[in-house]
Design a protein around this ligand. Structure first.
Ligand SMILES: [Zn+2]
Length: 210
């Protein structure tokens, strides 16, 4: 078996034990992704792509990680220490998805990957370095639907907003003086100040329309 290409994605956080992700191409025909290069106590080593082992909740049949103390679906308490132990007595929590079945192959992969990793470290110092690993963004953060952007969305010009906010403001100014921002005491809590700012925002928006 010949490994014809190794692609490396270096981690930015060098303080972590995970140094890089890696993919292998076998004989120019078959790619295995998600190998990891990990900093161990005796130098870096290669971990095969793996998945978390799960078992099903006895109550709702939801799949939970073997380390879960409570069912993630129904919340029932699960027995701890239910993972199978390996020969060294360590709980088996992960299973390799793809792996060598003899030590010669393991050594060959290890050597190829570590050599490619060291080369990548040098390349990454050079100007215009581009990572060749196919990154699907698994490590990136999802963007939030924050309340702030939601607020902005609501106060942006729309067909319904102008008339309704105008009526609202007229009512406040005329009949309900208690909630007029001008008549509220200055030295108040932060929340009321925020409230005032929000109102001013609405007012200026209304003014623009008028
Ligand atoms: Zn459950």
């Amino acid at each position: 078996m010949e490994i014809t290409e190794v692609r490396i994605k270096l981690m930015e956080e060098t303080s972590e034990r995970l140094c890089a992700f890696c993919s292998l191409t076998i004989e120019g025909s078959f790619v295995v992704r998600d190998l990891k290069i990990i900093q161990g106590s005796k130098g870096v080593f290669v971990a095969m792509p793996s998945r978390k082992l799960t078992d099903r909740c006895p109550k709702c049949h939801f799949k939970n990680h073997l380390r879960a103390t409570f069912c993630n679906q129904c919340g029932v308490r699960l027995r701890s220490e239910r993972a199978i132990k390996d020969d060294d007595g360590r709980a088996k929590l992960y299973a390799d998805i793809a792996h060598p079945i003899n030590s010669a192959c393991r050594d060959m992969i290890q050597q190829k990957v570590i050599a490619a990793y060291e080369e990548e470290l040098i390349k990454s110092q050079q100007e215009g370095y581009i990572c060749t690993y196919d990154d699907y963004g698994e490590e990136s953060y999802a963007s939030l639907d924050s309340t702030e952007s939601e607020h902005e969305h609501h106060s942006s010009p729309s067909t319904e907003q102008p008339s309704s906010s105008r009526i609202h403001l007229e009512t406040e100014d005329g009949k309900h003086h208690r909630i007029d921002p001008q008549s509220q005491p200055e030295a108040n809590s932060n929340s009321s100040r925020e409230h005032q700012q929000q109102k001013k925002k609405q007012e200026s928006f209304g003014d623009g329309i008028i």
